[in-house]
Design a protein around this ligand. Structure first.
Ligand code: ASP
Length: 339
């Protein structure tokens, strides 16, 4: 029997058409083009159903509300399909992939996000290959994870980052090996996959609700007013993008006081490095230890996308602050390697 794949089509370049203002989503446009692709009628291609969202979004307009919609959509169709594809714009795909990884508790089927840099209607495009390969991967490989497939690489969703605004190799997961590579052969890196969960028995959607979160990227010459404005109540959680192995300007007493006060007030501050590769080690330098003493927590090798969506997730579960502080430093979905 042919496998059945559910495609949640949220928007993004893949199905866009050309307008006077540049590419924009157009209802019905992608499905009409797919209907005309003979490859999709091949025996080797699984059956698929497309659910087109209304409105279709450029992913720059995706919010946590859409993360919820996508997660609930997958859950509603979970039993009827063998795998899931989320067609999504590339701009915020790594955020959605990370959010879904936290929200889809007990996932045992592949959920693959993909999209393209050039729309399918253009003669030269990466849409066709990304979509067809994602369909084949979702149908033929028992990958119990939220993944991102793009430009020949299957990546763990909560490890992925967009690092090329124009290339077909737009994504990578600098701190985790690809889950698969696609060339003449499809090579799945079985050792890198997480085992299928044993609990819970069925897929559960863990909600993400609005939370007051921020990202502060350190830079030399940050003004006092800027630091104080960012760290003000009612901000609940902050991803602090630091230098190197997690260091910050500990000689800046205004900054340090603001951190200490915010943390004492209950803000959860997670240290992620600005470097794409490597992990935070808050005890490597005095400029890191002082941050830890001020209440900053290690984000280890998490991407900013994973750390931010993890904070959204943790703040939405009704946990105590202590529990949030503990869990943010633990590996929940393969998003971090604690040293
Ligand atoms: N702006 C587009 C989006 O994120 C870019 C893309 O899909 O590649 O929806």
């Amino acid at each position: 029997m042919k496998k059945r794949i559910y495609i949640a089509y949220t928007g993004g370049t893949m199905g866009m058409q050309g307008t006077a203002n540049g590419y924009a989503p157009a209802p019905g446009f992608l499905e009409a083009q797919l209907a005309a692709l003979p490859e999709l009628r091949s025996e080797m291609v699984p059956e698929y159903d497309i659910h087109e969202y209304n409105p279709l979004l450029d992913s720059s307009n995706i919010t946590p509300a859409e993360w919820m919609t996508i997660a609930q959509d997958i859950a509603a169709h979970y039993d009827a399909y063998d795998g899931f594809i989320v067609l999504h714009g590339t701009d915020t795909m790594a955020y959605t992939a990370s959010a879904l990884a936290f929200m889809l508790q007990g996932l045992r089927k592949p959920v693959i996000l993909t999209g393209s840099q050039i729309p399918l209607f253009e003669v030269r495009n990466d849409a066709r290959e990304n979509l067809i390969t994602a369909l084949l991967l979702a149908a033929n490989y028992p990958i119990p994870e939220v993944c991102l497939y793009f430009g020949d690489m299957l990546l763990r969703g909560c490890r992925a980052v967009k690092l090329n605004a124009v290339g077909f190799d737009a994504f990578d997961s600098p701190n985790y090996p690809p889950l698969g590579t696609v060339g003449i052969e499809v090579a799945i890196n079985w050792k890198a996959l997480r085992p299928a969960p044993t609990m819970p028995d069925t897929l559960e959607v863990r909600p993400i609700a609005p939370a007051r979160l921020g990202v502060l990227r350190l830079f030399p010459g940050m003004s006092e007013a800027y630091v104080q404005a960012v760290l003000q109540a009612p901000l609940q959680g902050l991803v602090l993008e630091t230098y190197g192995v997690g260091n910050g300007p500990t000689g800046d007493l205004v900054f340090m006081d603001a951190l200490r006060e915010a943390s004492a007030r209950g803000m959860v501050i997670v240290d992620c490095t600005q470097c794409l590769k490597g992990s935070v080690n808050l005890h490597g330098y005095a400029t890191g230890s002082a941050l830890a003493e001020a209440g900053v927590l290690s984000g280890y090798d998490m991407t900013t996308e994973a750390a931010l969506t993890k904070l959204f997730y943790l703040f939405s579960q009704g946990y105590t602050l202590d529990k949030i502080r503990q869990l943010v430093q633990c590996d929940l979905r393969g998003e971090l390697t604690a040293s």
